[in-house]
Design a protein around this ligand. Structure first.
Ligand code: BGC
Ligand code: BGC
Length: 930
């Protein structure tokens, strides 16, 4: 978040721009040079020398004369500013300065003008400032970042935590080059690239300023120990692949990873995992034969951030190689294009600040990558020339081919380019001699294709590259930005009054978007997205229940793709059912390429690595099958996509219902589902888990309804489906009976729902004993232990209430909330749970309590409060945040052809706004506190 606000002076704090104009004009008319107000626009924020050059417009004058003219202009200017008083502060400035002070934000003025201190004292705002930097403080003027970096140092605030207010393009560029957030004052044509643009400061509040920073996830100061966490949250990508935010040149103990959807490779125990793809970002920078690395030499003015608005990861710093006094400015920028799935782009800029230097950049495609030490790839071919480098590899076990090609371009003529043919790590090496102040820009374009995309990935990647490099960096950059703009236009959530929550929701939605394939129906989003090694890329119920609603409501075509993944893996679900002796289709708890069960049966005990622990989820956490039916139904309900329902939805819902018809066990007085695991994984082998039974009951009811719907709407299809699935009148009677009499322990007198048979008989945990714990209740009590207590890993009954909210009355809601919430391991249980508790607390009209749960979810990744964000983004928590906002705080409910909202915002939220698409029509919800 923002810690300091740096104001430009002229045109921001006071209108001295007018005085500058008058002074230049007087000089110009005395010298007979034409100079208009329009000419003056170009002089904004520009140094005196540069202004004179612009004024002269090509006329030559001697250096002496130039000095004389500049001194004269300055004299005229000083005469005018001698008359400045506090009344000359521009509207809104005084109030804003006072507010910033009250908020304990640091405030400074940074101006190219050497008269700045004088102006400030005449305006009477000295006491409001923590610092003032003027043109005399630095060597290089704007658009170089020097003035702002100098100011940040003066304030002792890292550049990434500074916000600059500027009225000129050169100033905005300078602030951006310093890694700062920018607010542009004036017309968008002049300051358009700023993070936020406003006409002037009148009525602008501190909150308006700090909001400008809610599009960035930053690393303000280099923190070696936090790198794995940062790599995860700085993951960038485009739905085809995701790349962790590791440094291009790498760092000790980093956890580098690029995951391409669908590139599964076999492993022991976990069956299959997404193979870490060759590193497209690989880059070495050598300066005067010193290899750049974050732990060598001296790093200054460091700033790194992921721009969520455009998916670009940036880093800037100044580097002084060990044993040298010379400073170098280094800037890195990279993105995977959202406009073009197969394209990634990286730009590096090196500038020699203090003298000439030899700079060498080695850019490669590094195939020496592994998953937790296990290498998946065999090299098929590689090549490199000064034109292009390429690498072709295949997974050892599954024989999937991946090809990557790279091309480099540079801003300089005098560059020596050579191929660099390291085995498994081909690339190119560019070398140049930089003059003092000179800068060297290298653009690395990379294209990736796999054998899942085309028959010949290598030539596909090469031709894509030829076509893209022709367009050049700027065009590709703009295309990517436009694609992101389109995404945010539909999917952004605006939350005013809470910058932390605002940033968290944007980051969550960003991470979900880059995990969702734009066009591939055979992949879906894993529990850790494409951002880490956790859960090996496997897809859980996390996707259908937590992640999908966001897509269903705001990006329906992506939601459809992910539901199609379940269609394409139906065969695996059939095999799973058959393997356990059941008819129909049963979805895997963990799913990968084929839909077969890939949950590891055993994992190593972290306390004693010589021991293994049996994992039962793959055997008996069966609710996922009903969860998928729920997501299909929800998609249909929201989108009205009848075609999908007819061809995909109904067939899946019926075939999975057949599984339930088989799996549900008859009792004397009803039916049971014994020996299962519900959402609360602390309890295993339980009978009649309320969530499971509630969802199965719902599934069977919907199956009957939807079959009828199909008979009405597509009778021929319905008859054929009945026939192929063997659905008869008896099947329907059985489903009906099961739905009506499946055991569900709900006591109408109290409203209480028992989580499973016998739960209420278990002893309670003495919570007081565990007040200061830093780990989950399950690891403290051990697996067998947790099973014996009334302690929950995550929302279970509460989860059911949320999903089927209309089925339960207030009494039931309240009673179960009161009972289960204090028995849940909120801090170290499942990350899926806090967002759901936030939603549920809203249903009970407790927004401030909901807010606490919400922030717990919001901090799972950004603050790493669970300590495991290094493994990858918590996808379900990210999707849960959206649901908590939309279903919880806004209380959105769809009616058959319309919608209702029941706002219940936490007391400090001023606005919550979002869009969604209901049956083809876009709706905007904009809730504001009066
Ligand atoms: C949770 C499950 C979840 C899985 C993957 C587990 O810790 O208990 O509900 O599906 O993680 O995120
Ligand atoms: C999760 C399960 C998962 C298992 C194996 C556990 O930590 O809670 O949901 O199936 O790991 O991946």
């Amino acid at each position: 978040m923002i810690e300091a606000v740096i104001f430009d002076l002229d045109g921001v704090i006071t209108e001295t721009a007018e005085y500058h104009f008058q002074a230049w004009k007087r000089l110009a008319s005395e010298e007979g040079i034409p100079f208009s107000r329009a000419d003056n626009e170009k002089l904004r924020g520009v140094s005196r020398q540069e202004s004179l050059r612009l004024l002269l417009a090509g006329r030559e004058i001697s250096e002496e004369l130039a000095d004389d003219w500049m001194a004269r202009k300055n004299r005229y200017y000083q005469e005018m500013i001698a008359e400045l008083t506090p009344d000359d502060l521009l509207p809104g400035v005084a109030t804003l300065l006072a507010e910033l002070r009250a908020m304990d934000l640091k405030v400074a003025i940074a101006s190219a003008s050497r008269n700045a201190p004088d102006v400030i004292s005449r305006l009477g705002i000295e006491s409001q400032l923590d610092g003032c930097a003027d043109g005399s403080s630095i060597e290089r003027q704007k658009p170089a970042p020097d003035l702002f970096l100098y100011t940040a140092r003066l304030l002792k605030v890292p550049p990434a935590r500074c916000l600059v207010i500027e009225d000129a393009a050169a100033g905005i560029q300078a602030a951006q080059a310093a890694g700062m957030v920018t607010l542009g004052i004036g017309p968008a044509e002049r300051v358009g690239e700023a993070d936020k643009v406003m006409p002037n400061l009148e009525g602008v509040t501190a909150a308006d300023l700090t909001r400008a920073a809610t599009w960035r996830v930053i690393e303000a100061a280099f923190e070696p120990a936090r790198q794995n966490h940062l790599e995860t949250i700085l993951t960038h990508g485009n739905g085809y692949l995701g790349t962790r935010g590791t440094f291009e040149e790498r760092f000790e103990n980093d956890c580098q990873g690029t995951f391409v959807h669908g590139i599964w490779a076999d492993v022991e125990i976990g069956f299959t995992e997404l193979a870490n793809a060759p590193d497209w970002t690989a880059l070495e920078v050598w300066i005067n034969d010193h290899r750049f690395s974050m732990d060598r030499g001296t790093v200054e003015d460091y700033a790194r951030y992921l721009d969520l608005r455009s998916g670009v990861l940036r880093r800037r710093l100044r580097w002084i190689p060990a044993g040298e006094g010379q400073r170098f400015e280094l800037k890195f920028e990279r993105f995977a294009s959202l406009a073009n799935s197969h394209l990634m782009v990286l730009r590096i800029q090196v500038q020699a600040l203090d003298g000439p230097a030899t700079v060498e950049i080695r850019a490669t495609l590094n195939g020496h990558v592994d998953n937790w030490g296990y290498p998946h790839w065999d090299l098929i071919s590689q090549g490199s020339s000064h034109q292009m480098a390429s690498l072709e590899v295949a997974t050892r076990s599954t024989l999937k081919t991946l090809a990557m090609s790279a091309k480099l371009t540079t801003n300089r003529e005098d560059v020596n380019i050579e191929g660099w043919d390291d085995p498994g790590n081909p690339g190119m090496c560019l070398r140049t001699e930089l003059e003092e102040g000179g800068s060297f820009t290298v653009d690395k374009f990379v294209s990736v294709f796999t054998s899942r995309d085309v028959c010949d990935p290598l030539s596909a990647s090469q031709s894509k590259l030829l076509e893209s490099t022709k367009l050049g960096y700027e065009v590709l950059f703009d295309e990517n930005k436009a694609a992101w703009r389109e995404f945010w236009r539909r999917s952004d959530v605006i939350l005013e009054g809470d910058d932390e929550a605002q940033l968290a929701i944007r980051h969550a939605l960003f991470q979900l978007r880059i995990a969702a394939s734009s066009d591939d129906e055979r992949v879906s989003i894993g529990a850790k997205t494409l951002s880490g090694f956790g859960y090996r890329g496997h897809v859980f119920w996390d996707n259908e229940i937590f992640v999908l609603p966001f897509f269903t409501y705001t990006q329906p075509s992506l939601a459809r793709n992910m539901l199609m993944y379940r269609w394409h893996t139906l065969q695996g679900a059939r095999r799973k059912a058959a393997k356990s002796g059941f008819a129909g289709a049963q979805y895997a708890w963990e799913s990968a390429e084929t839909g077969d069960e890939v949950t590891p049966r055993w994992v190593t005990d972290s306390r004693d690595p010589s021991k293994k622990i049996r994992i039962w989820t793959g055997d008996i956490q069966i609710h996922i099958t009903a969860d998928i039916a729920y997501a299909i139904w929800q998609y249909w309900h929201v989108t009205g996509d009848d075609e999908f329902m007819r061809n995909i939805g109904v067939p899946v819902i019926l075939e999975t219902a057949i599984f339930w018809g088989n799996r549900v066990e008859p009792l004397n007085d009803g039916y049971a589902l014994n020996q299962v695991i519900g959402p609360d994984e602390y309890h295993h082998h339980v009978d009649n888990n309320a969530f499971t039974n509630g969802m199965v009951r719902w599934h069977l009811e919907k199956a009957i309804e939807l079959r009828e719907w199909l008979h009405l709407n597509a009778p021929a299809d319905a008859v054929a489906l009945d026939r192929s699935l063997g659905i008869t009148a008896e099947t329907l009677t059985l489903w009906q009976d099961m739905a009506a009499r499946l055991k569900f322990n709900h006591d109408p007198s109290t409203g209480m729902i028992e989580q499973f048979d016998g739960f209420f008989q278990l002893p309670d945990v003495e919570w007081d004993r565990y007040k200061d714990r830093t780990t989950s209740m399950q690891s403290l009590l051990r697996i067998g232990g947790a099973n014996q207590y009334q302690v929950l890993k995550q929302a279970d009954v509460i989860m059911l209430l949320c999903l089927l909210r209309d089925q339960f009355d207030h009494k039931t809601w309240q009673a179960n909330w009161d009972y289960y919430t204090p028995r849940t391991d909120h801090s170290y249980g499942s990350s899926l749970s806090p967002a759901i508790h936030a939603w549920a607390a809203c249903e009970l009209e407790c927004p401030d309590l909901a807010y606490e749960h919400f922030m717990h979810a919001a901090r799972a990744d950004l603050q790493d409060i669970r300590g495991n964000a290094g493994d990858g983004i918590h996808a379900a928590s990210a999707g849960g945040l959206w649901q908590a906002l939309v279903f919880g705080f806004a209380g959105l409910q769809l009616t058959s052809d319309d919608h209702t909202v029941t706002p219940r915002l936490p007391s400090h939220w001023n606005r919550l706004s979002f869009s969604f698409c209901h049956r083809g029509e876009w709706k905007v919800i904009d809730l504001r506190r009066e």
